[in-house]
Ligand binder design. Structure first.
Ligand SMILES: [Zn+2]
Length: 303
């Protein structure tokens, strides 16, 4: 998808696993403010590649909730469930270039071995008639990047996560691969998202390098947490936003992001004014001291 290189393009990419909640409103808002402040475009992507975790109808209700809060995408919504061909092409390229290998290890195999799966050595031998998972050979290499809010980051993917899965044995695509392929396809130049995804970023940069894709700028924002210090996520049955009060919801989300709340008669008007005066400095470094700002647990069998 060609784009003018000087126009920043951001995105919000929810998984349809429930209703829009306060934490995801904050993430949508942060990505919007950042790119709109710079006069850029904002795109939407529904990350519906994990059917077992999805809730029927939630993609539609998330999109409706975003519209109620004044968000409008500058382009068609991209659905990852329609993108299998592009993910398959990326995997094929990684296979052709020797970066991916088939793996028949089960979770039990890996647990029994007492080590993470590493260096392209399967614990299990090939099993005739059974589809393998496909894994990336994780190179022994420090991936470094400068997070726009959290400063310099680095991770050795091999040490931290090992040879991670690209496509599961059951055919489901890995989040990292799908995200990288689609960020490139949508021409994304900046990724503003929750701190819980910081831990994924080095794997995504590694895949970008192996697939010759450009690396967007990254900014990871603090997570909205509840009174118990838990992340406000759909999986914890976070209270749904009251759709009758989008202005109040936006005001709360702006407050969470340390932004002033402009007077506006409509949600779209409030978004526009807030973008005009967006200042990211209250968000710098905050995630590092947040109690909930721990990376998501890495499951080598699924991620
Ligand atoms: Zn294996």
């Amino acid at each position: 998808m060609p784009h003018h290189p000087e126009i920043p393009i951001g995105r919000f990419a929810p998984s349809p696993t429930g209703e829009l909640h306060f934490g995801s409103l904050v993430a949508a808002l942060a990505s919007w403010l950042s790119v709109k402040h710079a006069g850029g475009r904002w795109l939407l992507r529904i990350e519906d590649i994990d059917p077992p975790r999805q809730v029927a109808g939630s993609a539609t209700s998330i999109l409706a909730a975003l519209a109620t809060h004044g968000f409008s995408a500058d382009g068609a919504v991209l659905y990852q469930s329609q993108r299998g061909g592009a993910y398959a092409a990326a995997l094929q390229r990684l296979r052709d270039e020797g970066h991916a290998f088939p793996c028949w290890c089960s979770r039990t195999d890996l647990e029994a071995s007492g080590v993470l799966h590493r260096d392209g050595h399967c614990v299990s031998p090939a099993i005739a008639g059974r589809e393998p998972a496909w894994r990336l050979h994780a190179p022994d290499l420090d991936i470094e990047f400068e997070d726009l809010l959290q400063g310099p980051q680095h991770q050795n993917v091999r040490t931290a996560v090992g040879d991670f899965v690209l496509r599961r044995a059951d055919g489901l695509w890995n989040y990292q691969l799908a995200c990288v392929v689609d960020d490139a396809f949508q021409g994304i130049t900046e990724v503003v998202r929750g701190y819980d995804l910081m831990e994924s970023t080095p794997r995504q940069i590694l895949l970008q390098q192996l697939l010759d894709l450009s690396t967007p700028a990254y900014a990871h924002i603090p997570l909205a947490i509840d009174a118990n210090g838990c992340k406000l996520s759909k999986s914890h049955a976070a209270p749904v936003l009251d759709m009758r009060s989008p202005l109040a919801n936006l005001a709360r989300a702006l407050g969470f992001l340390g932004q002033p709340v402009p007077d506006a008669p409509t949600a779209a008007g409030m978004l526009r004014r807030a973008a005009g005066r967006f200042d990211p400095s209250p968000l710098r470094g905050i995630a590092n001291s947040e109690p909930a700002a721990k990376p998501m647990p890495t499951d080598p069998a699924s991620r």
